[in-house]
Write a protein of this length. Sequence first.
Length: 183
Amino acid sequence: MLPQPLIDKILAKYGKDRIYSADCAPLGNEIGISETTVKRMFGLVGADSKERNRTPRNSTMDIVARWLGYDSHLALLNDIGEDNYTSEFTSFESIKVAELSEGSKIRLCYCPSRNIIMTYLGNFEFKIDDSTNSKLIKGDRLKITHLILHQELIAGDVVRDGISLGPYRGAKNGGLTYLEIID
């Protein structure tokens, strides 16, 4: 859900005092965003929904800001005194590395056409079993504490042939697109 001052600004431009579910499609069309996004922004999803407290993407907020007459969502947030609106409580689709059993196999993918299969060795360490179109290669060992869908792949260290290559960032543009325990 958006901060109240931002909701108030959207309502004022739209010419309403309150938004109902039936208003979400027309408002979304006017702004240039989806009906579902409008529902999330106004908290019109179920109280138990994981989507209720999710902040829209920066690109979505830029669209809303331009509709309101601002250059960017940061300019809008600054204007309404919400420029510290940089964190949120949310849920992630993820694999909890700390709960994996040794020998578990993970498949992950990210754009463009990167596919990796790796085996969990314990103590947050993985070994690459297969890698397509990635800078990581078969046999590499990685230290990974988190695997989160739509987030970057971050390895604290990559060791190749006994030599540390240092930290690694993958999936920088769009995050992991696929994440699964396959064995």
